[in-house]
Design a protein around this ligand. Sequence first.
Ligand code: PRT
Ligand code: ZN
Length: 283
Amino acid sequence: MIRIAIQAKGRLNEDSMELLAEAGMKIADSRRKLLTQAEGFPLEVLYLRDDDIPQAVADGVADIGIVGLNEVGEKDMDVEVLHRLGFGQCRLSLAIPKEEGYDGLQWFEGKKIATSYPGILGRFFSEKGINACIETIAGSVEIAPSVGMADAIFDIVSSGGTLVSNGLKEVEKVVFSEAVLIGNRMLTDEKRQLLSQMIFRFEAVERSRGMKYMLMNLPEDKVEEAVKILPGMKSPTVLPLAQTGWCSVHVVVREDELWTKIEQLKEIGAEDILVLALEKTIR
Ligand code: PRT
Ligand code: ZN
């Protein structure tokens, strides 16, 4: 049995649950409970606030956890970052009132900066030799300058919309973050084994993200041209059809290229094109 800590509610909860489900670990939606057991894998799920996940994993209360890299960096706990998960992408940035001129990090010298990430910001400023006053606040950091609590902020940015609507502009992108799988450093062999099975499953799910499975009928003498259009995984699978002179071509394509590929394939005579969801890619 291995125990994973995930965010109880918030931005990472849904994607974390979805990843586990796609990896064959079904969890009854009983979020009122702190701890639940998954079906299909010897896994227990512990629901916590994201701030508490690095410590829970470092202390062994949970063996592994899914949390933003920003929280791992801020809490500075001794945990292993095992795998990047590709969701919850954001950055930690410095932002100042939009009417201010900005000519580099020196702007922050002697200024007051509001943040929920004093650890990361303190390290960044001391690396760059900036002396500033860091004001730690728990939430609504973006309103601090307009109410006179601070000159600038250091906060999570994703689209940047929140900054704009608070009259701020992003002037320094300090660190990039995404959800990661973290682990306790002292896992038993049995737990390590389960962990590597989990990561194997996650990778199969990740490889299929944004990919589609496409099949079509094609005149045999057009296969070479089709191969040039379709990079595929290695090379496309070509199967004979009962009707002479025709074959069936199967290939995996990136979803963002799908329509361009379909148009090119129709031009060389492809017919009856089917596009299917791709769930898992095992290597
Ligand atoms: O209750 P709990 O403590 O568990 O949750 P929380 O409120 O502390 O965190 P939550 O759920 O808001 O975020 C969890 C994690 O999601 C963060 O630690 C990041 O790793 C990640 N993440 C990704 C984000 C964002 N994107 C994001 N945009 N976390 C917060 N935001 C905020 C941002 O600060 C801004 O205020 O969302 C707002 C919208 O951002 P813009 O730039 O798109 O306008
Ligand atoms: Zn939090």
